[in-house]
Structures are given as C-alpha cells and as structure tokens.
Design a protein around this ligand. Structure first.
Ligand code: SAM
Length: 227
C-alpha cells in the first residue's frame, strides 16, 4: 500500500503515461501505477545499488517487468530516447537535489509534458528553478503524514512567459490561494522555528547584521501571509 504522499504524486500521473521515476528506491510508485493500469511504461531510476536491487526484486515479485525497467543511473541519465518518457516523478528528496537532477541533463526534458515533484524541503528553490526553465505550476497539494507536511508540485512546460512573486515562490501559487488548515499549520510552525533562529543569532557576541535582516524579512513574509 502506497503512502498518502506517494498516492498524491500518483494522482497527477496522466492515464497511459510513460513515466520516469527518479530516485525510485523500491520502485513502489511505478509498481502501484502499473498495477492500477494507469501507465503504459515506466523507468525506475536509482543511483544507489541497494535500492536499485530492491526495485529489481519488487518488479520481479509483482511480475511487472514488461511495464517497468529498473535502471542504475544518476538522475535523468536513466532515461533513454527510446523510452519516449512524457512524465517525470521525483519524490522524497530535498528541493536542491531535485533541481540538481533536473539541471544535469536538460536534453532529457525535451519530450516531457509533466513534472510531478515532491520536495521534502527547499520548495522555494525548486519553484524558482521551474520558473526559470519555463515550467509552469499547474497544481499543488499538501499532504500531512507521519508528523511531517509534504508538498507536491505539478508543472508543465509553458510557451507563455510568466513570473512568480516572492510570495508565490515561497508559499506556492496554489497553496497560497487555498490557504488550507494544513498550510496554516505548516507556516505557523515554520514561523516559530525562524523566530527561535532569529533570537539565537541576535545573541551572538557579534550579531551578523546581514543575516539578521534576511531572517527578519523572511519572518515578516510569513507573518503577512498568516494574517
Ligand atoms: N522516491 C521514493 C519515495 O518518495 O518514497 C524514494 C525516496 S528516497 C528518500 C530517495 C532516493 O533517491 C534514494 O533511494 C536515493 O538513493 C535516490 N537518489 C538520490 N540521488 C539520486 C540521483 N542523483 N539519481 C537517482 N537516484 C537518486
């Protein structure tokens, strides 16, 4: 049974898609998609041998080798032209690592019509990458599970130029608009955390002025959105 987090990612995979799941670990996501006949084909990419072998045995156990190929490769290098991948999923990593993976092989993104990303942290940085690479956010979700609040970001290539504001980059254009109870919860706890950070850096023998200013700006941004 798939976690709520991965179930939410799965919901955004189009029917009949050809998916590359990068950092697939056990391959649970592509396996679930194949079992529910939601996809035509998938690559389960893994850079570490242990998880790659887990994916191989999961695919074998479920008899899904006709639909899913496990590949030991770094990031998008797992994708071959002949795969005709149209959807990429990357879940359970930091936003910085996700942007590194997307940056490393721009040519692999050419035929891709949808990215479904689930950063654990660093969502703002990932949204900035999407904006700078003309991937427009089409949907966003928040999922609370195991004491953590996860964000799922769905993006598609855009031919129309667009920009996101500082608010949209930080909070997510759709999440900001929805302002759901789980959104409020996430940002209330982030506000508390940042207020602690600010208190601590102000206690230093030589308080770092630039850092304090940056921290205060971030805190004010969160306060504004929560009010
Ligand atoms: N995607 C699954 C999920 O969301 O439950 C697994 C998440 S797991 C925390 C992250 C996985 O990404 C690990 O198995 C790790 O080996 C893999 N990974 C990290 N960097 C990678 C890269 N550059 N290319 C492929 N896989 C990578």
């Amino acid at each position: 049974n798939l976690s709520q987090r991965l179930t939410t990612v799965a919901k955004f995979v189009p029917q009949g898609a050809r998916v590359a799941d990068i950092g697939s670990d056990h391959g649970y996501l592509p396996a679930a998609l194949a079992l529910q006949d939601q996809i035509e084909y998938a690559v389960a990419g893994e850079v570490v041998r242990g998880p790659y072998e887990n994916a191989v045995s999961e695919i074998k156990k479920l008899d899904l080798a006709r639909t899913i190929q496990a590949r030991l490769a770094d990031g998008l290098a797992a994708i071959k032209d002949s795969d005709r991948i149209d959807t990429i999923t990357i879940a359970g990593m930091g936003g910085a690592l996700i942007t590194q993976i997307l940056d490393a092989h721009p040519e692999k993104l050419a035929g891709v019509t949808r990215l479904i990303l689930q950063p654990n942290v660093g969502e703002d940085r990932l949204r900035k990458w999407l904006m700078n690479h003309q991937f427009q956010i089409m949907a966003e979700r928040m999922v609370a599970e195991d004491g953590h609040i996860y964000e799922v970001i769905v993006a598609e290539p855009s031919i129309v130029p667009f920009r996101y504001s500082k608010y949209e980059l930080t909070f997510g254009p759709f999440l900001l608009e929805q302002h759901s109870p789980v959104f409020v919860k996430k940002w209330q706890s982030e506000l508390q955390r940042q207020e602690d950070v600010l208190r601590q850096i102000k206690c230093a023998s030589k308080p770092p002025v630039a850092k304090i200013k940056q921290e205060e700006e971030y805190i004010n941004l969160i306060r504004e959105v929560l009010n």
